[in-house]
Ligand binder design. Structure first.
Ligand code: SAH
Length: 371
């Protein structure tokens, strides 16, 4: 396997350059391109063409390679299917929004959590991603933004939400970040240090791994925490999220409260609205009736939180249905009446299969599911 230069520290990169018989300054030039996320050596314009070819035969730049790039028709969302060095596949999504450019990254190849509505978990967990593999997803998105940017004169410092670079990161792609907590923490530290992305612009979303939340508390950075709640009672949640049998709602919310109190942050609650087709082919609401909205209001009463309502993104293999727009609005109205902050998560990139793990799953199916 070719070495991946992005994974090298400065001493290793210097040794690599010397071994190739190159002058030392080449290491600094290559480092700068790696920092920017150059997908291949051909992009390293200040290196001689012959050297770029030699490097290409000897090494790789990033620990991820773009297999497919899909753009939504509205141009706002770009989804990448990426291949890791060992052939595993992951996804990341770039979302261009009014508040900046957000990247949704995966933390694992596959997932072991077994949530009944989700595509990411269908093929099980393959492995954790390294901090460098998570970081590379952000750089792929950043490279794409710079490649497609028309106004090249207005380049402001890193981390400025208006400079056209990545300004926000959500760790909400495939995988459970708090089953890979140390690498996720390393990654966030790097994104903050190397890309200047503020703690408050980085969100970790978890299905509710209590020891992981406690580790984030101990770590102490004021990032955003999102809890995938999806049901107002242990009984209902246990039916769709096996993890609830290990960490019940009260424990998850207590740990989350502790985190948000420490940093004086608003807690994000993710709530997918799910329906089910009955034998007459009609959609019955699973967790999205007015009674469920009342129960959720009671559970969250008095908390500093924002509930993101997410109409379920259909996954063929899963036995659920998306609720009607009316049902979604009725649910939201009840939360608002009860004084709970809430918004409906706008669906993005549905034309490019942007639901968690869809692209990876479809690709695996097309290959006869050999992996
Ligand atoms: N494991 C973490 C992060 C990855 S999932 C977590 O559970 O939070 C990111 C979010 O997308 C979660 O809230 C998850 O429940 C939700 N999700 C998964 N499949 C979905 C689907 N088909 N439609 C809508 N949301 C989905």
């Amino acid at each position: 396997m070719k070495p991946i230069l992005f994974n090298f520290n400065d001493a290793e990169l210097a040794a690599f350059v010397t071994n190739m018989g190159l002058p030392k300054f080449r290491a600094a030039q290559i480092r700068e391109w790696l920092r920017r996320g150059a997908p291949d050596f051909g992009a390293m314009k200040n290196l001689p063409a012959e050297l770029r070819r030699d490097l290409d035969a000897t090494a790789r730049t990033l620990p991820v390679r773009i297999l497919r790039r899909l753009d939504s028709t509205d141009g706002e969302t770009t989804k990448f299917l990426l291949e890791l060095n060992d052939g595993e596949q992951i996804e990341c999504v770039l979302m261009r929004t009014t508040y900046g450019n957000s990247v949704c990254v995966s933390s694992q190849a596959g997932c072991a959590m077994g949530c009944k509505f989700c595509a990411s978990t269908l093929l099980g967990l393959k492995r954790n991603l390294s901090a460098s593999e998570i970081m590379a997803q952000v750089l792929v998105a950043q490279w794409e933004l710079r490649r497609t940017r028309t106004d090249k004169t207005d380049v402001r410092p890193n981390g400025d939400p208006n400079n056209g670079d990545v300004s926000h990161i959500v760790i909400m792609g495939t995988g459970e970040p708090l089953q890979n907590t140390e690498n996720v923490i390393d990654f966030i530290e790097r994104a903050n240090r190397d890309l200047g992305i503020g703690w408050r612009r980085i969100t970790v979303s978890t299905c509710g791994i209590v020891p992981g939340i406690r580790r984030l508390i101990e770590w102490g950075r004021p990032i955003n925490l999102a809890i995938s709640l999806h049901a107002p009672t242990d009984e209902l949640r246990g039916q769709i999220m096996p993890i609830n049998n290990k960490y019940p709602l009260a424990d998850v919310l207590a740990a989350a409260d502790e985190f948000t109190a420490l940093h004086n942050r608003q807690l994000m609650i993710e709530y997918i609205l799910l329906g089910r087709k009955n034998s007459d082919g009609e959609t019955e609401l699973f967790n999205a009736t007015p009674q469920h909205a009342e129960m959720l209001s009671r559970l969250l009463a008095g908390k500093n939180c924002m509930v993101n309502l997410i109409p379920w993104n259909a996954v063929d293999e899963r036995d659920f249905a998306s609720p009607s727009g009316n049902a979604v609005h009725r649910f939201q109205d009840i939360l608002i009446k009860n004084g709970i902050h809430t918004r409906i998560r706008r669906e993005r990139g549905t034309d490019i299969g942007s639901a968690c793990g869809q692209l990876r799953l479809n690709n695996a199916k097309n290959k006869g599911n050999k992996k």
